[in-house]
Each structure stands twice: as C-alpha cells, then as structure tokens.
Design a protein around this ligand. Structure first.
Ligand code: FPP
Length: 244
C-alpha cells in the first residue's frame, strides 16, 4: 500500500495554475498582470492549505515547454520568480512554510538560482507545510533525470525498481500527491508530475487561477473526500490489505 492519505484531508495537493493570461485579457490588461496576480493567489493558497492540515503543496510555475512563449513573457516570468523568491516567499517563511524548488536549474540565471537556493536554505527547518515550486519542470524530464542519476550511481539493473527510482525523483522528500487540481478549464495533465500522480485524484475547474480562493479549494477538497480511493485493490479487501 503506498504511503498516502486515506482520510478525508489529502496530505499532498498538486496544482496546475492555469488561466492567468485569460484573467488579464478579460480585464484588458497585459498577460504579465495575470501572472503577478497569480503569485498573490499562490500565497493565499499556501496559507489556506496549511490551515486545513495539508502538509505538501506543489505548484506548476514554469514548464519545460513554457520557454516557447514570447520572449517578453518568458523574461517577465523570470523576473517575477526572482521577486517572488526574494520578497513574497520571505513572508511565507515567517509563516512556517518550507520552500523547495523542483526542476532543471541548469539553464537559469545565476541570480535566480541564487535566490532559489537562499529561499530553500532559509526555510529548511520550517515544518508547517512544504511548498514545492515546479520551475523549468517537466514530468518526462524528471523521469529521465532520475534514470540518469541512478545510472551515474551505478545502480545494478536487477536492483532498480519503482521504490529505488523514486528516490531519485524530484519530489523524493514528499508522499505522492493525493489530489491534483487544474484551474483554467483545460482537462489534461500537461507533463506535470507524471510519475507521482499515478494514483492521484484529479479535479478540474473552469476557475481562472487568479480567482482561485478558499471556496474553490474547499470544493476540490469536498470532491476529494467523496472519492473512493482503492489503489488498485478491491474495496472490501482494503482493511486486510489483500491486493488484486
Ligand atoms: C498559466 O497561465 C500560468 C503560468 C505559465 C505561470 C504560473 C506562474 C505563477 C502563477 C507564478 C507562480 C509564483 C510562485 C511564487 C510559485 P497561462 O498564462 O497559460 O494562462 P492562459 O491559459 O489563460 O493563457
């Protein structure tokens, strides 16, 4: 049985924060304003999750594919991340939030890498909730980087199983997400935590990310609490652990 929540509050929630651009467009404002508003929503959501006893929140801030956006938008997002790491995330640190960044840092500026490192090290002893920010992240990238590390470590083929490979995955410090939320109306995973969401409950909402609030979060949590999670087992056999 995977070590995951069976109770009604998920231990780990993962969110694809979609809809910033549309939110701004509806208000005749540049897309960047939507992303800025999106950061505020992240801060509020982290607090709301912590208040509800959720231990891990992982958000998709910049995907490996987002580099294909117009240059102006990419550099705006980089700048926003820099400000977020040094200013906004500082506030979270005071609230007992541990910050982790997952993704490929190799192509990021020294400045951004430095700011992320600082945010992580400053908050490493916090334990109210862990906020993982997926930045320059892709689920396929994660699987490939894990395999590469295992090969580099000389893990023999016969010893490589799911548990062993899982230790090389970017979220190796967290249980797998129990609940996956995507805002913005699209119904797809978009190369987010492909490995880790194998048994996650999926929740899609048309709500645009800047409008996501405690009411929306509670709607997702209520839907989650009603789901019947079996992890591949037969319902009546769950209590005695029989597998099917
Ligand atoms: C998708 O909306 C959103 C993004 C690509 C960026 C998300 C980033 C943030 C909300 C900032 C996160 C900050 C921290 C501190 C974690 P979209 O632009 O694709 O919207 P659209 O589908 O309406 O065009």
């Amino acid at each position: 049985m995977p070590e995951q929540a069976l109770g009604s509050v998920p231990r780990h929630v993962a969110i694809v924060m979609d809809g910033n651009g549309r939110w701004a467009k509806k208000r005749h404002m540049p897309r960047f304003v939507g992303h800025k508003q999106g950061v505020d929503t992240v801060l509020k959501t982290v607090r709301a999750c912590a208040d509800r006893g959720i231990e891990y929140l992982t958000v998709f801030a910049f995907s490996s594919e987002n580099w294909k956006r117009p240059h102006e938008e990419v550099s705006g997002l980089m700048e926003l991340m820099l400000v977020a790491a040094s200013k906004y995330l500082g506030r979270l640190a005071e609230d007992g939030v541990r910050i982790r960044i997952i993704g490929d840092r190799s192509h990021l500026s020294d400045k951004l890498r430095g700011a992320w490192n600082e945010a992580e090290s400053r908050t490493r002893h916090n334990n109210r909730i862990t906020l993982s920010v997926a930045f320059n992240y892709g689920g396929r990238w994660d699987i490939v980087q894990a395999c590469r590390q295992a090969i580099r470590d000389g893990v023999p083929e016969h010893e490589l199983d799911e548990a062993r490979l899982g230790r090389y995955m970017a979220l190796n410090y967290a249980p797998d997400p129990d609940l996956f939320i995507r805002t913005g109306g699209e119904v797809r995973i978009s190369n987010f935590l492909l490995w880790q969401t194998a048994y996650a409950e999926l929740f899609f909402t048309p709500c645009l990310w800047p409008e996501f609030d405690a009411t929306e979060l509670d709607a997702a949590l209520t839907a989650y609490a009603r789901r019947d999670r079996r992890f591949g087992m037969v319902k009546d056999a769950q209590s005695d652990g029989a597998q099917h």
